[in-house]
Write a protein that binds this ligand. Structure first.
Ligand SMILES: [Zn+2]
Length: 141
């Protein structure tokens, strides 16, 4: 007699349950799809129910769907350095503010290094070329 709950077709966070696979060490394992990136993952029911697993590993615990954005990594680095204004602690806000001016090789710098990165205290520098001694700056505001 199985106590297994049928959760096929339900979603937990960003995980869609496709089908029951097997029970491993008393944990019911399900084949699931991460709806952020459409990859298939195998997750135990207990991890889904507890909220431990809300997406595939590469999408992490994020629910904003920004983890694949080229600017998301930049944001993570700044966040780890604790160099962000309150506004920019939200990756969605940060990305929407700087996205329109961003180019792949730009670096984000601060106007005043004693203050955190914010919309008014940051600018992009274009990479140096041989013909330019000074870095060109691209401001957001
Ligand atoms: Zn994913």
């Amino acid at each position: 007699m199985s106590k297994r709950v049928d959760i096929t077709g339900k979603t937990f966070g960003n995980v869609l349950i496709l089908e029951y696979l097997l029970t491993k060490n008393t944990h019911a394992m399900y084949k699931c799809k991460c709806i952020l990136c459409n990859s298939f993952i195998v997750v135990s029911y207990s991890n889904l129910k507890s909220g431990n697993t809300k997406s595939c590993a590469s999408c992490g615990q994020k629910t904003h769907g920004m983890s694949k954005h080229p600017l998301y990594h930049r944001w993570r680095v700044l966040k780890d350095r604790r160099n962000l204004s309150d506004d920019w602690k939200d990756p969605v806000k940060f990305i929407s503010d700087v996205e329109s001016t961003f180019k792949e090789k730009y670096s984000l710098r601060r106007v005043d290094n004693s203050k955190p990165h914010s919309l008014t205290n940051s600018f992009w520098t274009k990479p140096r070329t041989d013909s330019h001694k000074k870095c060109e700056r691209v401001y957001f505001t």
